[in-house]
Design a protein. Structure first.
Lengths: 486, 486
């Protein structure tokens, strides 16, 4: 999980400009769309079927087996890496082995970034190694310089031009733990905006305390960017204990010199694939409910919570629906999105490819916030569909899921399409621990609780089934999108 | 903290043979030594002074400042490294700045082991990196081979000679979490004994799941050894998630090949120093109570809980006693022991150097089990001193410390001397989380709770003060030691 736009306007930005730094799962303004057309509703037999489906899902371990398979047999799968290619092949094979009716891929092309090595050390009287990782998009290079510490991005942005000439800018900001991940807003801003601010002040390199909530020697990577016209500098995130250590050394009052050596950078373009599997609908097979997760991960861990879990939840929910005696009216389409981490490339490619079919998309939802239990449900549906939404919410409620209209937003890979009119649902996960592991070497299978994962599958299965079997739609309709002025 | 002998017989072994693998803080048989001589007792004014001292210690942050200084300004300080030399200079300066009356060093010579680099990867269809660290004492080397998994040391020891020819032996055993650290018994046996068992079966390299209780990508190092006559092989510990991953790959049923590259090994000898500071006693300055911790750490972390905390607790307790209006009768001697981790070199050197003065040593205690709260107190004192021991226990009780006669044992660096007759006290710490961080990169300052550290200081201050001010002794007397047959 990289980012979730705060508002639909931000989602538009994400789609049109391709980069936004924002907090996950913050509220959107779900302005009531005037009711037109027939009311959307769900038959009682569908509700009964969904209730049984929910209970079956809670006892099913398909999703855990899927994420175990992906993280074990493929492991790390950074966009453009050899693991990316293996992940695509894995996903095609997994969809088939799970009995999906139709499996195909759609190309996604993006610039390729590679990480080869990274190290850093404090020089001088207090010499010691520091644990860090290059930010995605950083150039390589070896830099030696005095560290200048800032407590916030604003403080660095306020540093006069040229004031950091020959020095290393360091932001030591600790992001807050929150169930909804809201602390990541500032964390990701510091990751995305810090390097450019450092360059403007004349710095030779950029360091930050990892955007995370843990206290382990596992730094958090993640994409950064450099504003147009600036000359990129080596940029990296320190593990939390290392950031604290560096701040203590700076606080001793004498200049602290650090040597930083990153071997990484952009190396051309790569074409990967969105991998798609469908369980065909009973009576309206050309209309689809889209659920998914992203197939790529960062390279440091095995991408269990980000986002093997999301892929597994969607694949597992789709399989359970496919196995039903009576399928829903519409098709369940599961998408394993390509390269979310470096700029929503898979989600944007999907939206572009399928924009013409937007009205055939009943609704979409992506799971990309780990494997914690879902605690809240909402949609961006218009008033005429809110009765059906409430029916879905009622079947979700026994899972401990609250109906929270007006809160949440579409998952990252859904957001480009949602910004252009796709109806979306949000099944919000408890992310209290998510940023302990996110983008670190520690994102591994053992961080997933199988029971919590099954609860996720149950929720996605209920949501997808009922949406796919509803009479009427949830408001997908192409909007005229005007990029807001900056 | 490397090891604590299970019994005094094992302590003898540690002293005479220099290597023992055993659990920390397990019980010793405190056989009642026949009462002879006068009863040891403590005056009420001493008890009153100790009570005030205890409360002052709880409000004092000297120890936290000491461990912050050591871990920040020196950082990692593996025996024989440049950090070792800096740590010795730091300790001398710190004793002086804390106002110790006398500060000196005593040489400790040992073989030097160096770690330069280490890496491993799974080869073939499921290629991915594995996180591991060389065991202390491992030779370097690059090995590629099929992994053969064992669930226990016994299973590997039972493998027929030659059955692992050209292969990599892998023990995947998960040690148990326990307040008293008892799970480390098997964990350290697998680390110490696994490599030799692997060699006997013909293996080219040895891998183990780290002896730890965490689930992070931070492997646990620690000393291993190779039995005489065997040709050492590269030996390393995988982080827990990596061990689980490797086991899952093996469970897929096809041969799993791993490439392991360690650059490390023994490189001659090195002479470091035990660093000693004294607060002179009021009336019997040539008699001493010895408290301490070990100054060396492993190289991966900054040695906060192992054993910066121990050094800080002892230094902080000594300082508080030195600052008293009326000092105790005897001298408080604080020892920052050299190279505990690779074979109790500092503790053995101290015992050898001071054996002739054993009766001048009132009692000894070492803190080397982290920075968790002390929950239990005991000694190996003879019956005639048990009244005084109970008086000490009564002043400790408000700290949440239970008197548990017959349990516990001397700290590792005290154990060689204790095996030869030194009276010892045990202030047992809650080690529930200790093996989450022990010997990993994650052993950093943030893992220490300042309040828990202050409770430790209060306990050591009370213990040392009352023992130093008692009328009578706690049984230090040279024993004739006969090494047990193997």
């Amino acid at each position: 999980m990289r980012l979730v736009p705060t508002t639909l306007a931000a989602a538009v930005l994400a789609f049109t400009l391709g980069a936004v730094q924002a907090a996950p799962q913050t509220d959107v303004q779900t302005k009531g769309v005037p009711t037109k057309g027939v009311l959307t509703k769900i038959a009682q037999t569908s509700v009964d079927n969904a209730t049984q489906l929910r209970e079956r899902a809670l006892a099913d371990d398909t999703a855990y087996e899927v994420v175990e398979s992906l993280t074990t047999e493929v492991g790390p799968r950074m966009a453009g890496s050899e693991g990316d290619a293996r992940a695509v092949a894995w996903a095609v094979a997994k969809f088939k082995s799970l009995g999906y009716d139709k499996v195909w891929t759609e190309p996604v092309t993006f610039p390729k970034w590679e990480r080869k090595s990274e190290s850093a050390e404090v020089l001088g009287d207090h010499s010691q190694k520091l644990t860090l990782t290059a930010l995605g998009g950083s150039p390589g290079g070896t830099v030696e310089g005095e560290v200048v510490r800032f407590a916030s991005l604003k403080d660095l942005a306020d540093a006069p031009a040229g004031s950091l000439k020959g020095k290393i800018a360091f932001i030591d900001f600790t992001m807050e733990r929150a169930k909804d991940g809201s602390g990541y807003g500032m964390g990701s801003q510091i990751r995305g905006g810090g390097p450019s601010a450092a360059i403007r002040a004349g710095a030779s390199a950029y360091l930050m305390r990892s955007a995370g909530t843990d206290s382990h020697r596992n730094p958090h990577t993640g994409i950064t960017h450099f504003d147009d016209g600036l000359n990129p500098i080596p940029s990296a995130a320190l593990a939390a204990p290392d950031a604290a250590q560096l701040s203590r050394l700076v606080a001793l009052g004498k200049p602290v010199r650090v040597k930083l050596a990153l071997d990484c950078g952009w190396t051309g373009t790569y074409t990967s694939q969105n991998v798609i599997g469908e369980m065909r609908g009973r009576s309206k097979p050309d209309e689809v409910v889209v659920i998914g997760g992203h197939l790529d991960s960062w390279d440091l861990g095995t991408g269990a919570i980000d986002d093997g879990a999301g892929v597994a939840i969607a694949m597992g929910a789709g399989k359970l629906i496919g196995d039903m005696k009576q399928r829903p009216a519409r098709t369940i389409r599961v998408v394993a999105f390509s390269n979310e981490e470096q700029g929503l490339y898979g989600g944007r490619a999907y939206a572009q490819q399928h924009m013409g079919d937007i009205r055939k998309h009943q609704i979409g939802a992506e799971s990309d916030f780990g494997a914690g239990r879902i605690y809240a449900f909402s949609t961006g549906a218009p008033e005429r569909a809110l009765g059906a939404v409430k029916q879905i919410a009622d079947v979700l409620a026994p899972l401990g899921i609250e109906y929270t209209p007006g809160q949440g937003g579409p998952g990252p890979d859904i957001s480009p399409f949602a910004a252009n009119g796709l109806a979306w649902g949000a099944l919000r996960q408890d992310g209290t621990d998510y940023f302990d592991y996110h983008h670190t070497p520690d994102d591994t299978l053992d961080k997933i609780d199988p029971k919590a994962l099954a609860q996720n599958v149950a929720a996605y299965a209920v949501f997808a089934y009922l949406a796919a079997d509803a009479d009427g739609d949830f408001g997908s309709e192409r909007k005229q999108v005007t990029p807001p002025r900056e």
